[in-house]
Design a protein. Structure first.
Length: 290
């Protein structure tokens, strides 16, 4: 399997093949706002970084950290150093993972199970780091006869390892929560994020948020952008599109997805969804059931 050097190319390859693709990145690509895509994402940090925002949670990034992101979760790298930022990113088709699963072994578990204790981040120990990189090497070096079987077998072994680690982490009642807690404005912004997500179906404005938290509009916008790397309005839009996608994938009508995602009017919903996802809500709904 070819090792790519762009996340965008990796997502496109995954979408085309409906399997998976691998990107090995050494420097930061053009900064992206909060975004979502139809592929699962496995993000493995080699050099570390500073901060990851996934839905409404901040995570620090250290060497050996693995982030597990599904197709409904908006995410963005924030506060990244300008130095070398090495990581491996796997883009994975949800349907491919489901096809590989069996009645006894749900390889989709790490992507689809999202209870109150779930954390997107796994901090791999040295042995698990070596195993992860071994599977990546096996997939990217496979060539010649039966290369596709070797790639798929290594990919399945990787998913077995990750799911086992996720299950172990959930069974550890005393496990620490790997969320950023030392950023200057983290508590204020965490409270703002929690409020937005609890009221995402309602009309939310910067003016309303500022009044609710007894802050000026300029201050609340500034600390939110400093902490998340994106604006309040862009974050709200990304979260609403995530919710709409989830409803459409569950078979709900376009009107139901619109009503439950919190957009003020259908025109805004249609434009934002089409721009972010690449197809209209109706076409996306048809693709989901086909």
């Amino acid at each position: 399997m070819e090792e790519l050097n762009s996340c965008k190319t990796s997502i496109e390859r995954c979408t085309q093949t409906k399997t998976f693709s691998i990107a090995h990145l050494y420097k930061e690509e053009k900064a992206m706002d909060m975004h979502i895509h139809d592929c699962y994402e496995l993000y493995y940090s080699i050099s570390g970084g500073k901060q990851f925002l996934i839905d409404n949670r901040f995570y620090s990034i250290s060497p050996g950290d693995l982030f597990i992101i599904n197709q409904y979760e908006s995410h963005k790298l924030t506060q990244i150093d300008n130095s070398i930022h090495e990581r491996i990113v796997l883009s994975v088709s949800p349907d491919f993972v489901k096809r590989l699963s069996t009645p006894e072994t749900d390889l989709d578990y790490c992507f689809s199970r999202r209870d109150s204790r779930f954390q997107h981040k796994l901090s791999l120990d040295k042995a698990s780091q070596r195993r992860f990189l071994y599977y990546i090497s096996k997939m990217t070096s496979a060539a010649g006869y039966a290369h596709d079987i070797v790639e798929q077998a290594a990919f399945m072994e990787l998913l077995v390892m990750i799911n086992a680690l996720v299950m172990d982490a959930r069974s550890d009642v005393g496990a620490e929560v790997n969320i950023v807690s030392d950023y200057k404005y983290s508590q204020q912004v965490n409270d703002i994020l929690a409020y937005i997500n609890q009221n995402i179906g309602q009309n939310i404005t910067v003016e309303q948020l500022a009044g609710n938290f007894f802050l000026s509009e300029s201050y609340i916008c500034r600390i939110f952008k400093q902490a998340t790397g994106t604006t309040i309005n862009k974050y709200i839009t990304a979260r609403r599109i995530s919710i709409a996608k989830a409803h459409l994938n569950e078979g709900d009508s376009v009107n139901t997805a619109f009503e439950k995602s919190g957009f003020g009017d259908y025109s805004s919903f249609f434009k934002a969804f089409t721009k972010a996802v690449g197809v209209s809500p109706k076409k996306y709904a048809n693709l989901s059931v086909s």
